[in-house]
Design a protein around this ligand. Sequence first.
Ligand SMILES: Cc1ncc(COP(=O)(O)O)c(C=O)c1O
Length: 389
Amino acid sequence: MDRFLNDNHMLMIPGPITVPPRILRVNSRPMINHRGPIFQKIHEYCVDGLKKIFKTDEGEVYIFASVGTGAMEACVSNFFNKDDRVLVLINGNFGQRFAQIANVYGLNVDTLEFVWGQYAEPEKVKEYLSKYPKGTYKGVLVQHNETSTAILNDLERLSPIIKEHGALFVVDSISGMVAAPFEMDKWKVDVVAAASQKAFGCPPGISLLGVSKEALNRANNSNLPRFYFDVRKYHESYKKGQPPFTAPISLYFSLEESIKMIFEEGLENFQKRHIVLRDAVRSAVKALGLKLVSDDKCASPVVTGVFSPEGIKPQDIIDNMRKEFGIVLAGGQSQFKGKIFRIGHLGFIGATEIFATFAALELTLEKLGYKFEKGISVKAAQKVFEENM
Ligand SMILES: Cc1ncc(COP(=O)(O)O)c(C=O)c1O
């Protein structure tokens, strides 16, 4: 019998993540009328809370019943016209997905690719865009946190370059939102996607779309087909304090609870905790003598990619971690498939989960024949937590 094939496991993948009991409990509340006063209050609390999290007074945040890819699709289908030229900055699997979606909608897609594990160098983006007359690109699409390569892009530095060109600044912050600082108004982000199963710690099924005033104007003139994800419907309906279609009510209960928990901890503290988690994980990996996928300067606060040691398959590490310890790690994607494993460290977790992960990882690596000093990674993680207590 595999004792971890039930609920008894610890998810250390970059989403979906372990859902805290408080959120699980509200998720099972009885249904309510989605057009009634109780739901309206929850809806308004969520929208208001999300605007504080996205840091926007001027923009709006819409809530969809979909996974993150739905919001990525909405990023494209609402704000452009057929044949518009857009630039997608790619440093991983999800950048490629943005380009695929834009292609499907008949946009003229150019890509600017970066080495996987490195962020989108603002200087290179500037140099690239300077070769084209202003306004050539109607939009620049980029990931905030590229989950597949465990990097965080520098949106603050990319912003003036993209805005100077006159393009819409379109961001996928599906795995970055809440965990990494995000400033929608200050960084002049026009459109941003997020999702419930990442740092919000909810089950999958809600995606979020932040939309600036300028982007909303563009949505009125876009000739691309859309229906469920048409932001104009959400804009009109939200004026009445309601979503335009039946809401995923259980997930709204979860989201409301998650937002309450984030504000109880304080958004800044929540984000600082993710930096400590990141530093503890990276320090533990380095202590083991393993190679990290991303540079320190662009290291993701929610996921860490690690190259498997010579001669050891990442899948063997992942399998042993799950079978022996009930700890679930993620593998690599696309060009990193079969080369790396990834440790997710986001949401409402702390030192306990990191200690357990590295104690188990050490026994796993030892079993697979990797040589290192036993206890060294746990000690390295302890040091980071101790310094930040
Ligand atoms: C950066 C990023 N973008 C997009 C997605 C796609 O989200 P979903 O799987 O919810 O459709 C993910 C999922 O991991 C992601 O990490």
